[in-house]
Write a protein of this length. Sequence first.
Length: 468
Amino acid sequence: MKNLPVAVIGAGPIGLAAAAHLINRGIPVKVYEAGDAVATNIRDWGHVHLFSPWRYNIDPVGRALLAGTAWHDPNGDTCPTGADLVADYLEPLSRVPAMASVIEFGARVTAIGRSGIDKISSRDRGQYPFVLTVVGRAGVRRDLARAVIDASGTWSSPNPLGGSGLPADGEATHAKRIAYGIPDVLGRDRSDYAGRTTLVFGAGHSAANVLLDLVALSLEAADTRAIWVTRGTDLSRVYGGGANDQLPGRADLGQCLKEQVESGQIGLITGFAAETIREEGDRLIVEGAAPSGRQTIGPADRIVVCTGQRPDLALTREVRVDLDPWLESVRALGPMIDPNLHSCGSVPPHGHREVSHPEPGFYTVGIKSYGRAPTFLMLTGYEQVRSVVAAIAGDMDAANDVRLVLPETGVCRANPSSAVISCDSGSPAMPPAISEVASAIEEKAGCCRPSASAPKPAPALNCCENAT
Ligand SMILES: Cc1cc2nc3c(=O)[nH]c(=O)nc-3n(C[C@H](O)[C@H](O)[C@H](O)COP(=O)(O)OP(=O)(O)OC[C@H]3O[C@@H](n4cnc5c(N)ncnc54)[C@H](O)[C@@H]3O)c2cc1C
């Protein structure tokens, strides 16, 4: 079995980092990427500025692989866009010959099992190789693997509009006028939004970005209107901690959104749980539950759903996985990242133990390891895969020596929950990083008067919710 490759599912930043570590240790690896190129998910939000600067976005072993090429290291304090991250790091990394030879594009893994035994059988389970159902360009096939690292992300499984977590009635019927995630309102998708009224659902930074882009678009295209709809009524997390926020850039983004709401540029409806979408004339009406009873919103032309993502659990149906019951993250991480308890995304250092499962040799890494929690940072994933690959190599000293130092954001005060657990306790503070991140963001913020020609507001580093 040792001659079989380790299967890495997904060529996003964390899957590629896993492959780089495996290559570095001389372990055979096969990377399956569903898209036609690396980082398919990031390409979808390529117009969005990251909130972490370059220095946090590059895996050290990835950097080492690139060092022997003509690659220009963008290491520094500037925050790239998603498109920059792909063009200036992930694409070059994927072209390094040792990497290029192990990535298969257009290869979607649809199921994972163990060859010859089903999920129930326990005896000698770890001795059986994994078997993957792969839908490739030449058709469907089965591949064997010695271990599986699932880095397939969550971006392609957005949460639905329905306030209950179930799709709203009519959501599928009107799908053509509904976007999920962060549409490129000022670019690729401009014609869908110019001169139209859009309802934006969600209370995270994805919604903030879409709303501010719509305001910017309204300066060029008359009759462009944005209405922001949230389930909760306390917007303090997305507005940020104001003067108490240790990250000025995040405070600016939140302030910017707040100003646009207070000035009436953005309509606001809070405490609304969507249930039904229906058509009236050729426009959309959304009905749902509000504190005062049943409420109707609209008419609108478009809906943008920014309610987060969830992992695709079908992929792992035939392997023994252990997940947090509501976050669907790996179980060990659940209590550390539960947004009901934590308002920031700091997690203690963790590695192969936390991202493993009862299924020996199977690991969930990257943003998928966080399940529905919106606080994942690439830095976290790079340390996860370093530890996992060391464990696969049998180098348990390295595997167990986990170190993770995340930039603190000091926004825990902004959490409205009375059950807040202080994020400062037990997580390593990193004062220089705070100021580095903050100043990089500050340069790109100053967005309170959006204009279509002005630089787009940058999503600021937010330990409570990243831009998902
Ligand atoms: C808008 C936005 C902004 C963010 N900003 C930051 C930031 O500033 N800093 C930061 O550290 N983090 C940020 N994040 C969080 C996180 O770092 C990114 O989401 C990152 O892309 C996660 O990397 P990943 O490799 O885990 O997953 P992904 O990047 O989602 O990659 C998963 C890959 O797997 C492929 N795939 C999926 N299913 C299959 C399958 N069945 N078979 C084969 N291939 C498959 C996909 O096509 C994709 O290429 C941000 C996230 C979002 C959405």
